[in-house]
Design a protein around this ligand. Sequence first.
Ligand code: ADP
Ligand code: MG
Length: 451
Amino acid sequence: MESAKEIWKTALDKLQIQVSKANYTTWLSNSQGISCQDDIFVVSVPSIFAAEWLSKRLYPLVRKTLVDIMGKDIDVQFVVDHHEQPRQVGATPLASQTDGGTSSRATQYRFNPRYTFDNFVVSDSNRLAYAAAVEVAENPGSSYNPLFIHSSTGQGKTHLLHAIGHLTTNNGLQATYITAEQFANEFVLAVRENQVDKFRSKFRNIHVLLFDDVHFLIDKKQTLQCFFHTFNELYNNNRQIVITADCAPKDMQPLSSKLKSRLEGGLVVDIQPPDFETRLNILRAKAETMMTSELEGVLHIIAEKVCENVRQLEGALVYLTAQAKLSGTKVTPETINKLLTGTSSRQDIKLLLQTVADHFRISTEELINKKRDRKTTLARHIAIYLMREGYNCSLSEIGKELGGRNHATILHGYEKIASELSTNPNLSNQIEEIKEKINSLKGYRTVYQTV
Ligand code: ADP
Ligand code: MG
């Protein structure tokens, strides 16, 4: 079996051909394969920006490349190589620290080193969720069980799960973090291979289950059933369960009342979007590396302009910092305005439609109007998907851009691509290719965009 280092070298050779030269040099050339354990391939990169950028932008392509090379399904994690152990969190660990041998290193890296309690900015909007997370991390299984945290996207749910993971593993417990999507994928695979018992047994001996985005399972009956069993088994053994979702259990309509009441049986807390002061504090905490002499002014403007969620705040900061670094200029209140305004201007949408149409060798009129042959329909669905992913356009905005189509049609197109993407490498390659084209047309500005 080749080492992670060698496998990653092969992957880099393949990736080099598929991404633009600038992107390769900036984000990939200094990366290294660190380990591959339990089907998680860990890649170390020199900076937080690279880790963020790669996770946001190249994850599907990198994963696919590694899956092709290794001939099996694996997940990829990008971690920052600080040449040191991730910072220890909270109270002094009970056990003396492990010796940094390969297995303990891999276990530690499962949790994002940045997602710690120390790095979480506490405010009124998230105080309860934070306090509950600290409580269950310090006294797992004995206070709130399950702990259920819900919020809209980008408000720190995953961050808190990882923080619990850090603290509990430092205290010598076995904590497992899994997204509902991973759980569903693994379950489907286990069913196919007649290995459901083996799959379930993976969870049997853990002390803490950190289950992210449970809403993903809402319409997956069989997987839910399996989750329910796993949940009950752990719960009955006093193991701590922490679950996140985009809404409260009571609002998950199709869930059985039995499961709902299970999920509600401990403590349910929500996280609200941060107010201006909190946004500013988060930016202050994250802006250490920003090259500017007018930091406070710059941060004020970002906090004012970017309101929706913390992920976007970070995105704006990463983008501006990268911009400053690459161009060697300083970010000032003036440049910031220019950079952050009109992130999804008509111009951007026009460019996107044009690029998609060109890719399929059709005209933008055909893309927008009624033509319904297979090729044009696919192109239209991809355009919908990219508008939503890259520019966060609402369904009705997209409908308007595409000749007045209704909300349901747009949603159908988006969901079709989103659901096919993970199973259809051909489609995913095509989309990556179009994204690359859009990126190269838009220069470094795209660091801020998902496209
Ligand atoms: P969610 O899981 O709710 O969608 P994440 O946990 O992925 O959100 O958070 C998105 C990004 O914002 C992460 O990089 C996370 O570290 C950061 N973040 C969110 N809330 C906070 C906070 N209160 N303090 C510091 N960083 C935060
Ligand atoms: Mg999350």
